[in-house]
Design a protein around this ligand. Structure first.
Ligand SMILES: Cc1cc2nc3c(=O)[nH]c(=O)nc-3n(C[C@H](O)[C@H](O)[C@H](O)COP(=O)(O)OP(=O)(O)OC[C@H]3O[C@@H](n4cnc5c(N)ncnc54)[C@H](O)[C@@H]3O)c2cc1C
Length: 444
């Protein structure tokens, strides 16, 4: 076969160490990079507003990087299979490569694409570009999916051999003629209302930005992370989450950058939490909307639009919670410690279901990631695999004293004047949560 290869970019918006792209370059045939904007195929988890902002800029960066290598990024809108078939016909491409995604709707879409292209005699290749361990191949000793993090980590690090990271291809062979591309603007990713002004001051979407973040993080000894990561007023974490989500950098590259010492670090453990989240999403896809522990389906969550709104807007009158929710609004990101506090407050003090919180984070986080968001919300609500027990309830005031002792973080986001009164009494609401838990257990 001598036709070109279409490389279908998805959540792997990078040139370096991109297995699908590298396999295409290695064939020596022309390569046509393609991105298809198809939110309908992501079902109920189509990218939210903050993710779309990121995606717009990340595609812009990818297109620029391809151009410096004599190539282009072809943008299209529509259903993936139909677009790829049409492009193959137009260009005479005989193969399509892509990197795997693990969200249930994306898995369905890849299966349809593979089957549909197969019927028309087009070769397909699906690679793993986003995880250290493929959840399909990695199970515990009894052949079952892992449900406990420490066992998962032990198992993963025992078998892990990520292989060397591949370099950026210097040039990509051009096709005889390029198919037409949609204009980036026409995909309509940028929000219609300009609420996103500050995002660009905090973030540099794209592969270059990802490597800059990693470099900046590794300038300090990785050992510092285990303490600094808990202090929201300090820039003690890598801020790689949106870059990892969009595949502007892969975990294998991080593994290599950390070197032998860093691989036993607390930081590496967090990368393994991400792997665990994907493992769970793959094996328990229903958990994006339903609790992993079925008894929690009977939990007496409250519906209270006023309290939910106060939480979303950072107007609960609880300073640590409001600071976090305002940081989220301003940056499209929130510190992990404060994510845990705000999530616990929603599900345990306000008794509002974790799914409501997960939806809000989905729309507002630039790093919104179905695997990580699901695992962490279920963890906070006490209903997930290896979750915090429901009766362990964070006290946001104690958390603030411990992790923001000088009030620097709270002061940054919540001015001391004109704040609302607390929407709930922390002690009474904690007791109500424990009662609700007992009610659920009795009904089981
Ligand atoms: C309620 C809640 C919702 C969350 N939703 C998301 C989400 O949608 N997307 C997301 O990427 N993370 C989510 N997290 C996990 C975590 O808060 C972020 O990954 C982290 O704050 C990102 O900042 P960082 O890149 O500086 O992290 P670092 O501390 O530098 O960690 C490095 C990387 O490890 C991974 N990681 C770190 N902590 C976790 C964790 N607890 N679970 C899984 N992976 C982790 C991330 O990929 C992160 O980029 C959520 C946490 C909570 C409590």
């Amino acid at each position: 076969m001598t036709g070109a290869t279409l490389v279908w970019f998805r959540q792997d918006l990078r040139l370096k160490d991109n297995p699908a792209l590298h396999a295409a370059v290695r064939t020596g045939r022309p390569v046509i990079p393609v991105y298809i904007w198809s939110p309908e195929e992501d079902g109920e988890w189509a990218p939210g507003a903050a993710s779309r902002w990121w995606l717009h800029h990340s595609l812009e960066a990818l297109a620029r990087d391809l151009e410096t290598r004599g190539s282009r990024l072809i943008l299209a809108r529509g259903k993936a299979l139909a677009v790829l078939k049409k492009l193959a016909t137009l260009t005479g491409a005989t193969a399509v490569h892509w990197n795997r995604r693990y969200e249930p709707a994306a898995v369905k879409c890849s299966e349809q694409v593979a089957a549909g292209l197969g019927q028309t005699g087009i070769d397909t290749l699906e690679c793993n570009g986003s995880l250290l361990s493929d959840p399909n191949q990695f199970r515990n000793k009894t052949g079952k999916p892992y449900q406990v993090f420490t066992a998962f980590k032990r198992g993963l690090l025992h078998v892990l051999d990520p292989g060397p990271a591949a370099l950026t291809p210097q040039t990509l062979r051009k096709p005889r003629s390029w198919p037409q591309s949609a204009a980036l603007k026409s995909l309509g990713l940028m929000p219609k209302i300009n609420w996103y002004g500050a995002l660009a001051t905090h973030w540099t979407p794209g592969e270059h930005g990802a490597h800059q973040s990693l470099k900046a993080f590794l300038r300090k000894p990785v050992e510092n992370y285990s303490n600094a990561r808990n202090l929201p007023a300090v820039k003690g974490t890598s801020r790689l989450s949106p870059h990892l989500h969009f595949g502007e950098i892969g975990p294998r590259q991080i593994w290599h950058a950390l070197g032998p010492r860093g691989r036993n670090s607390v930081f590496m453990s967090e990368i393994v939490w991400r792997e665990f989240a994907y493992h769970l999403l793959h094996h328990f896809p229903h958990t994006t909307t339903q609790p992993m522990h079925a008894e929690f389906a009977r939990f007496p969550w409250r519906r209270n639009a006023r309290l939910l709104h106060a939480w979303q807007k950072g107007m609960t009158g609880i300073p640590m919670v409001d600071a976090g929710m305002r940081e989220l609004w301003a940056m499209g990101w929130m510190h992990n410690r404060v994510r845990m506090v705000t999530a616990s407050f929603l599900v345990k003090n306000l008794l509002i279901g974790w799914q409501e919180g997960a939806r809000w984070f989905w729309d507002t986080l630039v790093d919104a990631d179905l695997a990580n968001n699901t695992l962490n919300w279920q963890w906070a609500a006490g209903c997930g695999a290896d979750a915090a027990p429901y009766f362990r309830i964070f006290n946001p005031e104690t958390q603030a004293k411990r992790f923001d002792p000088d009030g620097l973080y709270i002061h940054k986001w919540v001015p001391s004047q004109g704040q609302p009164k607390p929407v709930v009494d922390l002690k009474k609401s904690r007791e109500a949560a424990l009662d609700a838990y007992v009610t659920m257990r009795r009904a089981t």
